[in-house]
Design a protein around this ligand. Structure first.
Ligand SMILES: Cc1cc2nc3c(=O)[nH]c(=O)nc-3n(C[C@H](O)[C@H](O)[C@H](O)COP(=O)(O)O)c2cc1C
Length: 221
């Protein structure tokens, strides 16, 4: 049976990002995969420690980061998966620290500083692709993506994952609804009524896209 690991890099376990990821999980399950869903907020872990254990001559890491903390067993699961899906909110223009710390550890150990004469890029460690879905949720509406350079930031992230893991796709959910009850918060930069309209009309479509992404990633391999 195919295995998929879903990783939630939002501190909230049941909000926008989690909802998208849970739909992606359902899609992957419908395609016949066994899915493990992980809330990264439960884990105590760091980003890359720059120890370079994975770059030492003769190091046989097979892409697994050497640093031992609560993320390491998860990185091992990722390397054994047929596909992975990572979700993150956008915080100050970037995916969360939890997401960044995961990616640093996941990608650096699976990359090399050895030149691939054929491509001119770094040689790959992984013997097969691990199709990766990247799901982001954010406050800004779609038409402000380029204005805030989010498209560049998220495209660069997708490209980086693609070069090391072989395949990556991005799905964004924009203009998300942020609180249960806007009247309880000091917040007048967002129009609650417009937000609610978007949540009721567009968010269900985003969830469908997440379902399809989960299904598609399993069917790739
Ligand atoms: C600390 C913080 C920073 C944020 N910064 C941004 C931002 O720069 N751009 C944006 O579009 N949304 C920003 N947001 C909004 C979240 O990305 C958005 O509400 C997201 O859907 C939250 O995901 P969640 O529901 O899974 O927690 C920020 C939220 C928080 C808590």
């Amino acid at each position: 049976m195919k295995k998929v690991v879903v990783l939630n890099a939002s501190p909230r376990k049941n909000w926008n990002t989690a909802k998208m990821l849970k739909e992606a999980q359902k899609g992957a399950e419908q395609a016949g995969a066994e899915v493990e869903y992980i809330d990264l907020v439960n884990l105590n872990y760091k980003g890359c420690m720059s120890c370079f254990a994975c770059k030492r001559k003769g190091a046989i890491t097979n892409g697994l980061c050497a640093y031992k903390d609560e993320l390491r067993p998860i990185l091992e699961k990722i390397l054994n998966a047929n596909a992975i899906i990572i979700g993150s909110p956008i915080y100050y223009s970037f995916p969360t620290g939890m997401f960044r710390n995961l990616l640093e550890r996941m990608l650096f150990a699976a990359g090399t500083y050895l030149k691939d004469e054929e491509t001119g890029w770094s040689k790959r460690v992984l013997k097969r692709n691990i199709p990766t879905g990247l799901i982001y949720t954010m406050n800004v509406p779609e038409n402000m993506m380029a204005h805030y350079n989010y498209d560049t930031i998220l495209n660069t992230t997708e490209w980086t994952v693609k070069t090391i893991f072989g395949y990556a796709e991005t799905l964004n959910s924009y203009d998300t609804y942020q609180f249960n009850d806007y009247s309880k918060y000091d917040c007048d930069v967002f129009d609650e009524k417009e937000k609610a309209k978007h949540r009721d009309k567009q968010f269900p479509k985003d969830l469908e896209k997440a379902f399809d992404l989960g299904k598609r990633l399993v069917e790739i391999e």
